[in-house]
Design a binder for this molecule. Sequence first.
Ligand SMILES: Cc1cc2nc3c(=O)[nH]c(=O)nc-3n(C[C@H](O)[C@H](O)[C@H](O)COP(=O)(O)O)c2cc1C
Length: 206
Amino acid sequence: MPADNASRLHITLGDAIYSLRAIRRLKPDPISDSDLATILDAARQAPNGANQQEWHFVVLRDAEVRKRFGELYREAWWAKRKDNGYNSPEELPAHYRSPMGLAESIGEAPVILLVCATQPGFRESVIPATQNMLLAARALGIGGTISTLHASVVERVAELVNLPPDVTIVYSIPLGYPKGRFGPVTRKPLAEIVSQDTWGKTPSWA
Ligand SMILES: Cc1cc2nc3c(=O)[nH]c(=O)nc-3n(C[C@H](O)[C@H](O)[C@H](O)COP(=O)(O)O)c2cc1C
């Protein structure tokens, strides 16, 4: 089975990495079971602390559950903005426009993946799995983005999906077919972010 999943991801690694960007506007079209299985199978190949695999992925597909999650996500999103002193859409800097759109619509994504750490101290261990998942989704033409919640809603989301004690949600990832296009992304040049041997010494190759 794993080999089958690997062979389904047949765009080049370069194409996947260089065109993977945050896709927040998603079509409502469903994602097939086999695509979800491939995406999550890619996730579980990821490196993680001492290979303890203290992760669990809750896949939200039921329309009512997604709708309720969407309401809580929206509340969380605004709680985060209010923590930063933004109280209304008019006050938000431009870079929040697209994330705000996601906050309004995440419940309509055909799938929302909750990436969980199953023990305290393992939150960082789910990060590579999350990237694997997004890359595998990209290879299947499916987009999404990493997003986070806010402490004020965490208990209610845990209740919604019956999360056991000790399990925490690290990321919420909407997935769906993009309304827009994949990549390229805008990033700082290498010379700005790389030093060689000592901080601030820019290598000639950067
Ligand atoms: C740890 C982390 C948390 C993020 N949280 C959110 C979020 O809450 N909402 C959101 O819309 N995007 C979120 N993002 C997505 C980033 O905004 C996005 O990766 C970044 O702006 C680069 O976008 P691009 O790849 O389309 O250029 C998060 C990304 C990371 C890595």
